[in-house]
Write a protein that binds this ligand. Structure first.
Ligand SMILES: [Zn+2]
Length: 412
């Protein structure tokens, strides 16, 4: 009995001390959109450490009064290229020194998080790991970064031919080795190219056997796979090879949409930012690599095709459409434009666009128990916007408050 009393006394004192030293952070919001399809008015969110403790009603004083605004979970972009930037001459800097790419990444990630994106997936390069460490070590503002640390194509791991000769096709064993090497270098997922770029027609570039080797090996190592695929046949081959997510898909037809839905493969169509951004910044890309006049013509043509493709995807039962922008130089910080276009040009319901942008994308990352919703136990990754995005999706552009893991990076 004595022992129990003593124990109680000790803990009561400890709790009281904790309460005195760290008052829990509280946030009053006018409207809450929880990321899972729910919404409510006039609530107070209470935090505990980096996480959300509770959501309830209260009239008392709060740490942050956002009663004029709408609160949502931090946004998630599953397809970005953090280091892509314009160089000192204003042109796209395809190469650049590691220092220049790092600085580009620092600037881009600040713009991204200030735009409300608290988690991004980079698909990806080795420099992402340096960038993430730099942001952490120097406590610079940026989103949580998940990275593939590299990319795989039909020649990855193959012996290099003579200078100037086309690269050889990799054998399945060489591709499996390439997957293992990426994992050893810190890859948290595998990004591969099953088709050519839209600027080069988007045809299948990896054989079915190669796709099976990469996605099979990744699965064995516990890594997710994201496949760049435009043509219907490259999508079909990737899904049948057991890959987990399809990117872009401008030429996706109903057959492959049904197949993705049936196999539970995530689909990340990028219809609202990447191509529009290239066209807006044409002078800064033209003449570099496949950014030719023909390439730009192909991209202009693909924009309306993308809208029609997206409408078909929306109408496909059980197809899991996640939120990725393919943000490159010129697009960082404007990641929310994809949602605006999905609603305004693609006909998606605002609530569905928000669920895609938050909880569904979190699920695709295997992180639904950590991020993507405003719910007790999840990380306090929170964004407030001025206006009601359910009646006007462009309200998502007006970010007034950003919190990542309970650290406020921006507040009114
Ligand atoms: Zn990309």
């Amino acid at each position: 009995m004595t022992r129990v009393l003593l124990a109680l006394t000790c803990c009561t004192v400890a709790l009281a001390a904790a309460a005195q030293s760290t008052q829990p952070v509280t946030i009053r919001v006018g409207r809450l959109i929880d990321g899972k399809g729910g919404s409510q008015q006039n609530v107070v969110i209470t935090l505990n450490g980096s996480k959300i403790a509770s959501i309830g009603k209260s009239n008392g004083p709060v740490t942050y009064d956002l009663s004029m605004y709408t609160l949502l979970p931090g946004f998630i972009d599953v397809h970005v290229h953090p280091s892509w930037h314009f160089g000192p001459d204003g042109r796209y800097q395809a190469g650049g020194s590691p220092e220049e790419r790092l600085q580009g990444g620092i600037d881009n990630m600040k713009a991204t998080v200030m735009g409300g994106f608290t988690t991004v997936q980079s698909v990806g390069e080795p420099g992402d790991i340096t960038l993430r460490k730099k942001l952490q070590d120097d406590t610079l503002p940026g989103p949580r970064i998940i990275t593939s640390a590299g990319q795989i194509n039909e020649s990855s791991g193959a012996a290099r031919g003579q200078r100037g000769a086309p690269r050889q096709l990799a054998t399945p064993d060489q591709l499996r080795e390439a997957v293992k090497n990426l994992k050893a270098n810190g890859a948290e997922l595998i990004k591969l190219f099953a088709s050519a770029s839209i600027r080069d027609g988007g045809k299948q570039t990896m054989t079915d056997e190669q796709l099976q080797a990469v996605c099979g090996e990744a699965k064995d190592l516990g890594l997710r796979t994201l496949v760049h695929a435009h043509s219907a046949e490259s999508i079909k081959a990737s899904v049948l090879a057991g890959c987990g997510e399809i990117e872009h898909g401008v030429f996706a037809n109903q057959e492959v949409m049904n197949l993705m839905a049936e196999k539970g493969v995530y689909f990340d169509p990028n219809i609202g930012l990447v191509l529009q951004n290239y066209i807006e910044h044409k002078a800064q890309y033209l003449g570099i690599g496949n950014y030719t006049e023909e390439g730009f013509a192909a991209m202009e043509k693909a924009i309306p095709l993308n809208y029609e493709m997206f409408k078909k995807a929306l109408a496909t039962p059980r197809l899991k459409i996640v939120y990725g922008t393919d943000a490159v130089a010129g697009a960082h910080g404007r990641n929310i434009e994809e949602a605006v276009v999905r609603v305004q040009k693609g006909g998606q319901k605002p609530m569905d666009a928000i669920v895609s942008l938050t909880s569904l994308s979190a699920e695709s990352l295997g992180m639904k128990n950590a991020i993507g919703a405003v719910a007790p136990g999840l990380e306090a990754d929170l964004v407030a916007v001025d206006g009601d995005p359910l009646s006007d999706i462009t309200a998502l552009r007006k970010v007034v408050f950003v919190m990542r893991g309970a650290t406020a990076l921006k507040h009114p």
